[in-house]
Design a protein. Sequence first.
Length: 393
Amino acid sequence: MNIALNRPPSVLRRFLESEASGGIVLMFSAALALLVANSPFAETYFHTLHVKIGGLSVLHWINDALMVLFFLLVGLEIKREFLDGQLASWSNRMLPGIAAAGGVAVPALIYFYMNASNPGTIRGWAIPSATDIAFALGVISLLGSRVPTSLKVFLATLAILDDLAAVAIIAVFYTSDIALPYLGAAAVATLVLIAFNRMGVMKLLPYLIVGFILWYLVLRSGVHATVAGVILAMTIPLKPAPSRPDDMTSPLHKLEHALSGWVSFLIVPIFGFANAGVSFFGLDTSIFRDTLTLGIALGLFLGKQIGVFGAAWLSIKLRLTAMPMNASWMQLYGVALLCGIGFTMSLFIGLLSFPSEHLQDATKIGVLTGSVLSAICGYLLLRFCGRKTTIGQ
């Protein structure tokens, strides 16, 4: 009997097949946030987000505590894909890796160009560099078989690498004043987690207990707390059997599958609902012409498509990589457009960039504008360019 035919599907394949619906839930939560923020319930909505619980506001708990689980899942997916998935070989990494690099660099350059003369907003250069995997795959799932599976895998892989870049950017560029004692204690906690891994500890509970302590120490150190989730993920063991690369008995697989539904259908939608709401009452229309808003919107809409498609086109033409199977140039361009959906990570970086409520509103408008334009144009292009199977190289 062929074992491969009976092995359980990986999280990536399950996400492509069914969990892309999490993107639909995220779209709904963002739309609901905008609706509530511009309704008679707006005052209650904004007041609730700033209610203090245990010394932190509700919004702070969502962004610094709940979102740690999102970053933990991101870290688990990155590790699993590098060791046991689409990123396990250099040949699979090359095209999405090159495209992801272009998709990070060009939007940042566009934003930087538009805000170079404004030291108050230049800090937000990384906001348009992120792709929202749930949102993008949610849109592409609406197209069904019109998009070849190879392009869905390309998009998911690119978004995972994009998330890796975003995590590195947050850790390096969005760190406040460092409290060395807490940072040192966090380093010790990290060493304990690494020791667990080296000693072959296969129970999840010890990792989760030390991981919770690590989160608290990182939060107090000045490094953003969500980085603790990624550090924890990198230490969770993954030891697949040679004949069963999708063996569900490893701690990493167990934790990844336990978290995926909660993150997709609860945590990320809560984050979207809490952070997408912006009131248009009394809002000065000049905010739509502000270099911050335009830099983000154009960075996502133009920068992403130029960076992703341009880098992919160049690498294919130079024969460094190959065109995804059964995909046309137009379909590849449509997927590059969808990469301009930067909702979750872009909003998150925006919150780290600007403490000012006015600048945060401008950030939200820029992210929503760029993401919606990218989603609509990408969907329409892929919807009407058909199921072309000729590669056309």
